[in-house]
Design a protein around this ligand. Sequence first.
Ligand code: ATP
Ligand code: MG
Length: 741
Amino acid sequence: MTAATHSTLFPQVPETPDAVLDGLDPEQREVALALHGPVCVLAGAGTGKTRAITHRIAYGVRAGILQPATILAVTFTNRAAGEMRGRLRQLGATGVQARTFHSAALRQLQYFWPKAVGGELPRLLERKVQLVAEAAARCELRLDRNELRDVTSEIEWAKVTQTVPADYPAAVAKTQRDAPRDPAVLSQIYSTYEQLKRDRSVIDFEDVLLLTVGILQDRHDIADHVRGQYQHFVVDEYQDVSPLQQRLLDLWVGDRDNLCVVGDASQTIYSFTGATPDHLLNFRTRHPGATVVKLVRDYRSTPQVVHLANGLLSQARGKAADHRLELVSQRDKGPEPVYAEYPDEPHEAEATARRIRDLIAAGVPAGEIAVLYRVNSQSEVYEQALADAGVAYQLRGAERFFERAEVREAGTALRGAARAGRNDSLLDGAEGLPSQVRAVLSTKGWTTRPPAGSGAVRDRWESLAALVRLAEDFEAAKPGATLTDLVRELDERAAAQHAPTVQGVTLASLHSAKGLEWDAVFLVGLTEGMMPIAYAKTDEQVEEERRLLYVGVTRARLHLSLSWSLARSPGGRASRRPTRFLNGLRPGSAALGARGGAGGGGGIDRGTGRAPAAAAGRTEAVEPRTRQTARCRVCRRPLTDAGEMKLMRCEECPSDMDEALYGRLLDWRAGQAARLSQPDYCVFTEKTLMAIAEAVPSTEGELVVIAGVGNRKLTRFGADVLAICAGETVGEEPEEGDGEG
Ligand code: ATP
Ligand code: MG
């Protein structure tokens, strides 16, 4: 860990309120100083909107102009809210509520429910789909998975637009919506679904907002109470506010006007849930005296990334596009975006993983790299590929770290040990803060080496490992710090929900990447059907998909890669085409009609005159062996699932695995992982070991063709694995100089 990382993890708090303003440009400063009355910031991606509002709050609090407890900052995701709390804390402002609409509403609802309704708040339904399926069944309809998804989203749309079942058909007619079912039928499912919820005494996600709105509307005493508490409101990502959230915001604000909103119409990506940028774009009409600030300097991305982002927007159409802002990069030149085409998804994933490994080797921290895709189901093949390449990754957001059961338990244990201090025999012989923390956590079953496999046990281990890393960073930043100091730090962070940075490459959907940034971003699976997604039919829906890609591109600070594959599985028909959104922008593609594409044609990217590393139209991946259609070894069915391809058989086909051999391979792997201080899956995944235990290879040639082995692992582990397969005992003596990832 470098000094630079310590200073970002434990940065200096600005000494004076004015010092808080030092980190802002003149326009951002204008935002920070406009502490009263309505304020609207319209600005493109990476221009420092979130930074401006965070500094605004911090400045107001530090200068004593705003009382922290009277501020409610609303962001879009729990993760963004957590990040904002972290940033506020770093700026020396504590006690401000930074939440999502949902969590702010839920808190108020829990508090006021006994008074407003009586009894306990009904249980919150985690997933609607089951209940929607049941409602459909009662209406004598059987819906398949896709239909269920569509009907569920439609019910969500109806709810956030505050449309009750009886009014739904009329609302569809009025908004000219393309309903997934006959509106009369959908209205019936919707109404049955609502009835089922009442019968079972549960509420859903949207009910939390609807009920809070209902209570604030009907109970003036409660509304007054809430308004008495909160007097300043800040909303990030305001372009994606739904009518229901807007209604709630109106009720919170009341007849006052201390409201600051920031957003970028070009990043509207939640229209499908009823969100609309109208509130942002018409802010001045509604608040005639508003301070309106525009930011155009892009501090996040290089000119190369910004060039592509501007190019994408220049092809956009529709209302949001009319308000687009051309971004101007403030950063030094960086590498050109890389465009890469692959024959199939596993190739794309493997090549992506390889590139990521190279970036890490070149010094880019894993936590500063992200792979972003359109739908969550695309993650699996990347999880596998990263595991095979020995790269740690995380799927989960960093939010609510301190709410995890294991972290709370660990906190209690650490607090106990800190209180006992030197009297605690547990700490005997544990020198230094990190080893003390390890000693305490070991009483909670934590081991220095991660457990095998993934799942809940592994998640638990990762959380505790993050606490150990935090202790290491803390000690490095504050030499001589005691366990009591650390406990205090943890309490403060827990209060501010400032989770320690999780190490590993982020795998996330484009939607969940909103507002975030990484040094290197890999946008994968960019084919027609995925981007735009197949069910985007109308012009508006297609435009929203384009904005989604814009959001993806603008997440990158320095390295940006855009890739696609021509077939899903190896040997499949190459029937796919790269996304239309890159036409005229990526080298070798022709512009598509409308509003001149920004990029050059002819295979050379404008700007540098250089062809990017892997120009479209050519296959970038160079593989040592060509792939055949993978077929199940048992039933010969062609395989498409990544996990099944690893096993070389259908999951449900009988396994002819040598169980004893598999056990020996697992033991060997644990030894290797310990020796290399790496997670087990970095040696081989379980699927690969199973495939080995099934194939029992006796030559290098037989071993190398097993998915997940490859030349690199053959060189490192081939001799051992073949020896184990031959029934020999493999020694544990350490090798030297093999610790690299
Ligand atoms: P998005 O639209 O993606 O949400 P944003 O407008 O909210 O982007 P921020 O996330 O606030 O942008 O800022 C983007 C990056 O630029 C951050 O790393 C931020 O710290 C940096 N940045 C913003 N303003 C400045 C500035 N004045 N000086 C230096 N860095 C800045
Ligand atoms: Mg932002």
